[in-house]
Design a protein around this ligand. Structure first.
Ligand code: PAF
Length: 280
């Protein structure tokens, strides 16, 4: 596995590599969810293709007061995990390598970003769009892989490549879960053991929403109320939002359809977890 840390090396890699290149952008603290993204990337790259992982804790996507400083940084373990997973290239630039002090250009998506997490994390998706655009320019992948846990992020990145004509195929991957259903996330490691135990309520609440819809309940008000009630049964949970939205537009819906998604963001202590389920 090759490891590169500079913009110059990334450009040189993209210019010289003629294989099908698939990128897995990450912020490190790799867990089995990321390894599933790598597995899908390998499949998408094909037998002669090339899989890159980028690890960059992107300061631009952390709103002031968020967990940028305490975000887990586990470089040696991440390097081992990439090596074992058969990654071909690891790109891990520093913040100064990625951003000039006087940088003045950002990339902003203005419709989907305003909803769901956009309300509680102003500027977050501008940071995501900016760094993802830069990674696409630097490594010039043919395809890039993102998890469906961050459903809104995935929708925004699809919009980003469509609207800016960036020739990168975006591949979404189903959420990987722990044994009790909690979505795998680098932030799970912040949870105390009691918070961790209670956080499983997110999955059971979302499954309850899917059950209700399957059994004919279409009222978004009633489905959202049931999810809120179930999450509220966990004493340490503090709901940021529970919403029933159209999976393409992320627009809130009054009535559930086959294209509806229930998305939640919930704090356990200082840790904000997100999850979602498609109702179908
Ligand atoms: O999902 C993430 O880990 C990040 O938001 C991403 C896509 C790597 C951009 O920093």
């Amino acid at each position: 596995m090759e490891i590169i840390e500079t913009v110059e090396a990334a450009h040189a890699f993209a210019a010289s590599n003629r294989q099908r290149r698939v990128l897995v952008p990450t912020m490190g603290a790799l867990h089995h969810g990321h390894l599933e993204l790598v597995r899908v990337a390998r499949k998408a790259a094909g037998p002669d293709g090339h899989v890159s992982v980028s690890i960059f804790v992107n300061p631009l996507q952390f709103e002031p007061g968020a967990d940028y400083d305490r975000y887990p940084r586990t470089a040696p373990a991440d390097e081992d995990a990439c090596h074992e997973a058969g990654v071909d290239l690891l790109f891990r630039p520093s913040p100064t390598e990625m951003y000039a002090d006087d940088r003045s250009v950002v990339v902003e998506e203005n419709a989907l970003s305003a909803k769901l997490c956009g309300n509680s994390r102003p500027g977050h998706f501008r940071g995501v769009c900016t760094v993802v655009t830069k990674l696409f320019h630097l490594l010039a992948p043919h395809a890039a892989v993102f998890g469906e846990k961050d459903f809104q992020q995935l929708a925004i990145i699809r919009r980003l490549v469509r609207d800016l004509n960036i020739p990168v195929e975006i591949i979404g991957v189903r959420t990987v879960r722990e044994a009790d259903g909690l979505a795998a996330s680098s932030r799970n490691q912040y949870l105390s053991s009691e918070e961790r135990e209670q956080a499983a309520v997110l999955r059971s609440a979302l499954l309850e929403a899917a059950d209700l819809a399957r059994n004919g309940e279409a009222s978004a008000t009633r489905i959202v109320a049931a999810v809120r009630e179930r999450i509220g049964s966990a004493s340490l949970a503090r709901i940021d939002y529970v919403e029933l939205v159209d999976a393409d537009t992320l627009q809130a819906q009054q009535q559930a359809t086959r294209n509806s998604l229930v998305a939640v963001a919930v704090f356990f202590g200082k840790t904000r977890l997100i999850d979602n389920i498609c109702l179908q």
